[in-house]
Design a protein around this ligand. Sequence first.
Ligand SMILES: C[S@@+](CC[C@H](N)C(=O)[O-])C[C@H]1O[C@@H](n2cnc3c(N)ncnc32)[C@H](O)[C@@H]1O
Length: 284
Amino acid sequence: MTEKPETWTVRRVLDWTKGYLAEKGVENARLETEWLLSAALGLDRVGLYVNFDKPLNQEELAACRGLVGRRAKREPLQYILGTQEFCGLDFAVTPAVLIPRHDTEVIVEEALRRVPGATTILDIGVGSGCIAVAMAKNLPNSQVWGVEQSPEAIALAQQNVERHGVPVTLFEGSLFEPFADQRFDLIVSNPPYIPTADLETLQPEVREYEPRAALDGGADGLDFYRIIVPAATEHLNPGGWLMVELGIGQAEAVLGMFEKAGFGDCFTAKDPNGIDRVVGGRIP
Ligand SMILES: C[S@@+](CC[C@H](N)C(=O)[O-])C[C@H]1O[C@@H](n2cnc3c(N)ncnc32)[C@H](O)[C@@H]1O
């Protein structure tokens, strides 16, 4: 997209950008190009197609250049567009929070299926608020609490809570710290679980842009489970459930922690790729 005398039509910018982003290592370059140009031009994707032959003016080209340049540096599309869908709901996202993943919908689905009568729910490490908001939205008789150590993440989660108008109360703090004497029917958490040494092997979108504090789970990735699983027994009502998301190859170790802490009815649930993604159990 350097200055050239020829006319840059929507079609030409699309074709050029697709090739440029693919060269920079962006997967799904065609689709991402369409999202980026739609955002830059204020059109939906159908709008792009019906305007294929429309020449872009200097202002429109500058807007395209700005967004495409960011993606070429491997900034995640979601941070550029400022939004990500999760459980059918739109969430504002910024680099202060982990981008909600579709795999994380498994913990919401399991919780809704196994504990539909939960009225008091705690989400540990709320990030964007995606799990807490999705739970509150789907269980209208519930009250949800969330805790998060990052003030910037809490501020964004609060925006998402207000956007969806759900009864979620957020606390800045660490793990169970703000809930000394409180007990819940259900505790859910998607804690940081990447082993520290693996962080450098992640794709640039994650490694260079997503918050380290949302990813780093310590030497073997299991640090947070070692705290959350035993401590949860002190914060659950009788018969209450704990469910946690985990990474590849962590299910056996985490299941062992649940059993050691006295949880029964323990289960694992797979994500759509067949990977054990959630472990849960209930206290007697
Ligand atoms: C993997 S992210 C999950 C975010 C969100 N729940 C989701 O599923 O997309 C983990 C979150 O836990 C937060 N966190 C890390 N250490 C924490 C702690 N000690 N207490 C509370 N939150 C913490 C991080 O800031 C991050 O937002």
